[in-house]
Design a protein around this ligand. Structure first.
Ligand code: AMP
Length: 403
């Protein structure tokens, strides 16, 4: 952050989209904690902070009478906890924009924090409305985007608002900065060999990612449900395993592309198979290409774990997106665990490892390995789009290349 915030009011877009229980208690405050360094830095420099964020999907979850559920989706529920974490009082504007928000922003002094109401209460947020963005911009002297989780959305508070500040008056916050830095370390001039591990449910969710990684990486390791569409493309039988019939041809093309690009593509040689999608199903281990009848592959097998670990341990840069099996059920979590341990071991040996995207992040946290890898991304969809090689609208808007 190369702006001097002294005596400036900073409009800071954060990602405070945290889970709340029925009593509106925060059940996981990771996202709030991730924004603290930026907020504290601005306050320490003698600036004032106006925070804005979305929370949930209030426009989709209306009350039975069709009105917004302003209680359920209010950011007011976060005020006390945020204040405790920061060690300073936080005032709250019950409006996102309007007279009250303007008066409260006007009154704000250096060292003070104001939180605006949920940006998604305004219809103009998701449409990237110019007028809404202009009104938000008018509250402050500078704009800081630290909301990596929504940087892939061209919304008013993440993207349009930046157009109302010149290059000297807008910047990334620390979180967004480090997400970009770490993704770039994989995408541009990575130490080689570069190994990408891709898992999760479906090929269709990750087609662009796989294409990009086949071009970029030396090794692409494929596990999870998506592996079986590839096994079918190679002529194997997969029983009731998760297979996208309409993506078998595409999987075959990706296998060919890997061959043409000289990228080594690894599929799980064996699988833990089950006779039902249940934690207490009967299980056995079998070659992934030899699954029949009612049986389905729900985790990678022991041979595959050893094979994958071997590739990972010989890598200098590692990117991991997606679990190797149905890790939510302990009986099918061993493959994901083995890969996580191998990534941690390689990191201890000096490799750079980035865990990016939803469920592999959950797996690493569940295994208490988050501090044994180099970087754990906070943004699922946003990290996926970055790794696919896309320019995120929220990033382009700060860099001034957004048009
Ligand atoms: P994704 O969001 O695409 O990363 O997918 C994550 C989900 O894929 C998790 O909920 C896993 O349970 C699921 N998954 C992983 N492996 C399998 C598998 N072999 N069969 C079915 N689902 C799987």
């Amino acid at each position: 952050m190369n702006i001097n915030f002294k005596n400036k009011k900073a409009l800071v877009r954060v990602d405070f989209n945290v889970p709340l229980n029925d009593k509106y208690d925060i059940t996981d405050d990771t996202r709030i904690r991730a924004a603290l360094p930026t907020i504290k830095h601005i306050l320490a420099q003698g600036g004032a902070v106006i925070l804005m964020s979305h929370l949930g999907r209030p426009q989709k979850k209306l009350k039975p009478d069709g009105s917004l559920d302003r209680e359920r989706f209010s950011l007011q529920h976060l005020v006390q906890h945020l204040s405790n974490l920061l060690g300073v009082g936080v005032s709250f504007s019950p409006q996102t924009m309007g007279k009250i928000a303007m008066l409260m922003a006007d009154d704000l002094k250096s060292g003070e924090v104001l939180l605006l109401e949920n940006t998604r209460f305004e219809k103009g947020e998701k449409t990237g409305d110019q007028d809404f963005a202009r009104r938000l911009a008018s509250l402050a002297d500078v704009y800081v985007n630290d909301a990596f989780g929504t940087a892939h959305r061209a919304h008013a508070s993440t993207t349009t608002v930046a157009d109302f500040f010149d290059q000297d008056h807008k910047c990334f916050g620390f979180l967004l900065e480090s997400e970009l830095k770490n993704a770039n370390r994989v995408l541009h001039n990575p130490a080689r060999p570069l190994t990408a591990i891709v898992g999760g449910a479906k090929v269709s969710d990750k087609i662009l990612l796989l294409e990009k990684l086949i071009e970029l990486a030396d090794n692409v390791v494929i596990g999870g449900g998506m592996a079986y569409t590839f096994v079918r493309a190679q002529g194997g039988t997969t029983g009731k395993s998760l297979v996208e019939e309409d993506k078998i041809t595409l999987a075959g093309e990706l296998l060919e592309k890997a061959k043409a690009d000289g990228t080594k593509l690894f599929l799980p040689h064996d699988s833990v198979i089950a006779d039902a999608f249940k934690a207490d199903a009967n299980t056995k281990t079998l070659a992934s290409a030899n699954i029949s009848g009612e049986w389905m592959g729900l985790d990678i097998g022991e041979q595959a774990r050893a094979d994958f670990a071997d590739v990972i341990k010989h890598s200098k840069t590692i990117l991991w997106n997606g679990p190797m099996g149905v890790f939510e059920m302990p009986v099918f979590s061993e493959g994901t665990k083995a890969v996580a341990m191998a990534v941690a071991d390689a990191t201890a040996q000096g490799a750079f490892s980035l865990v990016g995207g939803g469920d592999s992040v959950a797996a690493v946290n569940q295994l208490n390995l988050a501090d044994k890898v180099s970087y754990v991304s906070t943004g699922g969809g946003a990290m996926l789009e970055l790794l696919e090689g896309k320019t995120l609208p929220g990033v382009a808007a700060i860099l001034g290349s957004g048009e």
